[in-house]
Each structure stands twice: as structure tokens, then as C-alpha cells.
Design a protein around this ligand. Structure first.
Ligand SMILES: Cc1cc2nc3c(=O)[nH]c(=O)nc-3n(C[C@H](O)[C@H](O)[C@H](O)COP(=O)(O)OP(=O)(O)OC[C@H]3O[C@@H](n4cnc5c(N)ncnc54)[C@H](O)[C@@H]3O)c2cc1C
Length: 501
């Protein structure tokens, strides 16, 4: 694989690569499919159930969706995403899914080799991104068909593998394998370089490259993305700029081989699950305090904890914390579960999920409600502490909590798992990418402060040639990250059309 990267490394006569995608999860995979010349058209005999959209689709039946006006097509669509293009692509792929229907996609896909845009997809894990880090036995929140990528439905892969959906939902392990298989089936592997970690992306001028004298743009003040003043004078037009992408690739022997490549466009598809959030309390860095669910599974496997140990502490009231409670309960490991909200808080995810569809999470909610430290309930080995927060962890494995009245309690614990969400890690960008965010004084956050992108191209408002997709751009579900990929591919194809041959 290093040889593929090596091909693109700087050489005096080498051309920059048109597109580098950083991140190989569902966003990066879907974009790679589109850039590999797979072009969506509306099938001749299809009828979309949305009458206005159907009328618009009939206006230019010979023109691919990628070449149509995405703003016009998506106008007036409504659904569970704020992104018009995400709603458009989703409804073309799954026309009546929000009404419980299973109508086939209205798209048919044609491979047009002459429309391929050369690109590389760099990622730490095998293709599938975060799905290789999520505990394999976890069942998806979304229905199975919402986890699928274009033109190869998850249910067809499951049938071939003789696997079944549970309550219409799949396991994370199935999803990770399906994404890996998708890349192989669609012949995309040659674009994917797995085991790569990008450590820096910066803008450089073409002159810097031809002089082969790279300079650090940040040393010159101004926007962290600007290139040095001297080069700026010679490059009044920004089109003379490129991105320098640096990083390393992990070899089978465990070595780290550095690489440096130049790209005309860079797509940020790095998701948001690499840096678990911390509470910021004393003792959180002690060795028995962890921030990943996978460490609990390892601890159980290695018998570091068992049913006779002091309780483990689980902090958080999201789905990952709930998965940890279920896992510990299943293994009869005693649990203290602490969270800041009331159990009846409407903002709590459990109060938003239909009980029938998510019986396991309903059970955790029941445990949280019925078995607080104040009243004993039917669940053995479990105590919930609603409306409490952690004050500190001590060297001798004690955790100090405080309730809403300010009363403190101390519990002995064997291990602690702080599962309170995660943040994107954009340390490879100038200023951690803060300048790209909607509020460019605050760190990027998928829910509160995503990267500011044009809604119809997903190009960063602050930086031309740089794109962001997936949770980084505020699209948090797999069914909706695909719209971002469609917008980016459409924009890049337009750029390619404008270029002289
Ligand atoms: C526990 C859990 C359950 C979820 N359940 C659902 C669900 O049921 N339904 C649903 O639709 N969504 C669900 N999601 C959300 C879903 O995982 C994301 O929406 C989706 O994976 C985003 O895809 P992505 O390709 O944008 O990013 P990711 O899948 O996060 O992939 C990005 C990849 O980029 C890599 N990367 C990051 N930085 C670098 C770097 N510097 N260099 C190289 N590679 C890098 C990361 O390691 C990662 O592998 C869940 C998420 C979690 C954590």
C-alpha cells in the first residue's frame, strides 16, 4: 500500500492528486464510489411517491442527478435532516422509508469511466471507519436499510451471508463487514490506503512546490490557512494553491513510514469518534479510569473484573453508557451508574426512542428509574445515581459524587468508564479547524458547532478546495451522510468540467 502513496509523493515532475479524502467511513466510501465514475440516473419506469419531486425528475430524464441543480431538486423536501441534499439523496435511494414503506430506489447506476476523478481515501482503520471501533455485538439504532450505501443494499449482503436482522436492525460487526465488502465489490480498493494517519493539512502555493521549498504558513501570521506573504504576491489568485497532506502509514512490521502528498482538493470525512470526551475532574487520568466501552469488554475477557469485584462505575446517560450497562448486567458485574439528568428529562435519548423498537434501551431506562440508590428495586447488582456528578477519583479507587443538593457520597469502585460522548480530533488542521466552524471562536462539534459548509456543495465557506462531510458537517446518521458525498461529487465534477483538457 505504501507504494500507492509513494506514487503520489512529491516528485519534481509529478502532478498533484485531484482529491484526497481523509477518513474511510461511510462518508468516504460513498464519495469514493461517486468519484469512481458511478453516476446516478433516474430509472426510466420509476415513479417517485413525492409528486413535486417526480415532476422535477421528469424534466431532465437524460441528465444524471450529479449534473442537475441540487438546490432546485431538493427544494421543499422535508424530513429528519436539516440538509436539503441529504434529504434529496435519501429519498431517491429510499423513497417512502419514513412512511414505513420499502419501495425500491428510483435511481439506476451507470459506470462512466471517463468521469472518474482520481482520488485517494486515507484512513486509520479498514474501510468502514467508526464501525470498526464500535463494539461488534452492539445493535444499530437505525433500521438495517438505513445503514446501506448506494446500489448494494445491506439486506442483499445479509441474505448472501445468511445473516438475519434483529428487530430489523443489524449488529455493528455486520455493518463494519458490509462496508468493507462494499469497497471490494465495487472495485474501490485501489483508492483506499488503510493504516494511514494524517498529521497535517496545510495550504501551499504551486510556487512553493515547484521550488520544492516548503514553508510553514502559520509562521507568517494572518489566517492559519494563508500561505506566506512572499508567495501571496506571486499568487494573487487562490487557484494557484494546493493542499499539502502529511502523515504516516503503519507498516505490517509496526513501523511508521512518513508520507507527504499534494492535493487540489481535500475532503474532511474524519467523523467524530476518535477523541472521547473527558469530565475534567481530578484523578480522571488514573489507570483504572477509562473512556472507551471496548476497555470494559477487554476487562471482562481478561477477568480484571467479575461478579465478585467492587462495582464498576459507568458515567453517562447516552446509548454507549446504556450499552455498557447492558453488557455489565449480562455478565453479572455490579454497576454504579451515575448521570447528571433526571430520568424523566425529555432530552434524555431513552425518552425519545419508541419502546417497542428498542426494548433493550427501554430496559436500561427502567433500571435507571426503578433502582436508584434511594430505593431498592428488582435489579440485582445495579444502582443508579440520577442528578449526580463525579467530583473526583482517588488513588485508592474511590469515587466522590455530589448530588443536586450539594451532598457528597463516596463509593469504592473497581474500574470507571466515562462514556459521555466524543469530540472530533482535527489536530491535523491549522488551529484545530476552529476557523472553519460556524462559530469560529469555538471548537468544532457535530451537534453544536459543525464546520460551516455550502449546503449544496459541502465546500467549506472559509476555505475553497476544502470540503467537509458526515458528522463534521452536522450530518449524524449514515443515511444522511451520503447526501454530503453527493454534493461534493457534484461540485468536483463541475470543477473538472470547467478545467481545460
Ligand atoms: C456507538 C455508536 C452508534 C451509532 N449508531 C448509529 C446508528 O444506529 N445509525 C446511524 O446512522 N449512525 C450511527 N452512528 C453514527 C455513525 O457512526 C456515523 O454517522 C458515521 O459512521 C459517520 O461516518 P463518517 O464516514 O463520516 O465517519 P466515521 O465513520 O467516524 O469514519 C471516519 C474515520 O476517519 C478516521 N480518521 C479520523 N482522523 C483521521 C486522521 N487524522 N487520519 C486518518 N484517518 C482518520 C477515523 O479513525 C474513522 O475511522 C453511531 C455512532 C456510534 C459511535
Amino acid at each position: 500500500m505504501y507504494s500507492v502513496l509513494n506514487e503520489h509523493q512529491y516528485k519534481s515532475n509529478s502532478k498533484p492528486i485531484p482529491v484526497v479524502i481523509i477518513g474511510n467511513g461511510p462518508s468516504g466510501i460513498c464519495l469514493s464510489y461517486l468519484l469512481s465514475g458511478y453516476i446516478p440516473y433516474v430509472s426510466r419506469d420509476s415513479v417517485h411517491p413525492h409528486p413535486i419531486l417526480q415532476r422535477k425528475l421528469q424534466e431532465l430524464p437524460e441528465v444524471s442527478i450529479l449534473d442537475q441543480d441540487l438546490r432546485y431538486l431538493s427544494e421543499g423536501l422535508e424530513g429528519r435532516s436539516h440538509s436539503p441534499v441529504a434529504l434529496l439523496f435519501d429519498t431517491l435511494l429510499r423513497p417512502d422509508t419514513d412512511f414505513g414503506g420499502t419501495a425500491d430506489s428510483v435511481l439506476s447506476w451507470w459506470h462512466e469511466a471517463n468521469r472518474t476523478i482520481p482520488h485517494l481515501v486515507l484512513g486509520k482503520n479498514p474501510p468502514g471507519g467508526a464501525w470498526h471501533s464500535i463494539e461488534g455485538s452492539m445493535i444499530t439504532l437505525s433500521q438495517g436499510e438505513w445503514m446501506g450505501l448506494p446500489d448494494f443494499q445491506l439486506k442483499d449482503w445479509m441474505r448472501k451471508k445468511r445473516r438475519g436482522l434483529r428487530n430489523n436492525r443489524a449488529t455493528a460487526e455486520d455493518i463494519a463487514q458490509y462496508y468493507q465488502n462494499y469497497v471490494a465489490k465495487k472495485g474501490l480498493q485501489r483508492n483506499f490506503i488503510c493504516g494511514t494517519v494524517v498529521t497535517s493539512v496545510q495550504k501551499v502555493s504551486q510556487d512553493v512546490i515547484s521550488n520544492n521549498s516548503q514553508q510553514d504558513p502559520q509562521k507568517n501570521g494572518g489566517s492559519p490557512w494563508d500561505f506566506p506573504e512572499t508567495n501571496k504576491k506571486n499568487n494573487q489568485v487562490a487557484s494557484g494553491s494546493l493542499f499539502q497532506v502529511d502523515g504516516f502509514i503503519k507498516t505490517i512490521m509496526g513501523d511508521q513510514m512518513p508520507f507527504s502528498i499534494y492535493a487540489e482538493n481535500v475532503v474532511l470525512a474524519t467523523g467524530t469518534y476518535d477523541s472521547p470526551s473527558w469530565l475534567g475532574v481530578n484523578g480522571e487520568d488514573l489507570p483504572y479510569v477509562h473512556h472507551k466501552l471496548s476497555t470494559l469488554e477487554e476487562a471482562v475477557k481478561n477477568k480484571t473484573v467479575d461478579m465478585t469485584s467492587d462495582p464498576i462505575l459507568i458515567v453517562g446517560a447516552g446509548l454507549t453508557a446504556a450499552d455498557a450497562v447492558l453488557f455489565a448486567h449480562h455478565c453479572s458485574i455490579p454497576v454504579i451508574h451515575v448521570f447528571r439528568r433526571r430520568v424523566s428529562d425529555p432530552g434524555l435519548i431513552f425518552n425519545q426512542l419508541p419502546k417497542m423498537m428498542y426494548p433493550e434501551y427501554h430496559k436500561v431506562h427502567q433500571m435507571m428509574t426503578e433502582q436508584s440508590a434511594a430505593c431498592s428495586g428488582p435489579y440485582e447488582c445495579y444502582i443508579s445515581l440520577p442528578e449526580h456528578h463525579v467530583m473526583s477519583f482517588t488513588e485508592d479507587k474511590k469515587c466522590i459524587f455530589q448530588d443536586k443538593k450539594g451532598h457528597q457520597k463516596v463509593y469504592n469502585i473497581s474500574m470507571a468508564f466515562v462514556l459521555v460522548g466524543s469530540n472530533p480530533n482535527l489536530s491535523f488542521l491549522p488551529n484545530n479547524g476552529i476557523n472553519l466552524a460556524m462559530d469560529n471562536m469555538q471548537p468544532v462539534s457535530p451537534k453544536r458547532n459543525p464546520i460551516d459548509v455550502d449546503p449544496f456543495t459541502y465546500e467549506c465557506i472559509q476555505e475553497k478546495g476544502l470540503y467537509a462531510v458526515g458528522p463534521l458537517a452536522g450530518d449524524n446518521f449514515v443515511r444522511f451522510v451520503q447526501g454530503g458525498a453527493l454534493a461534493v461529487a457534484s461540485s468536483l465534477l463541475q470543477k473538472a468540467n470547467r478545467k481545460p483538457p
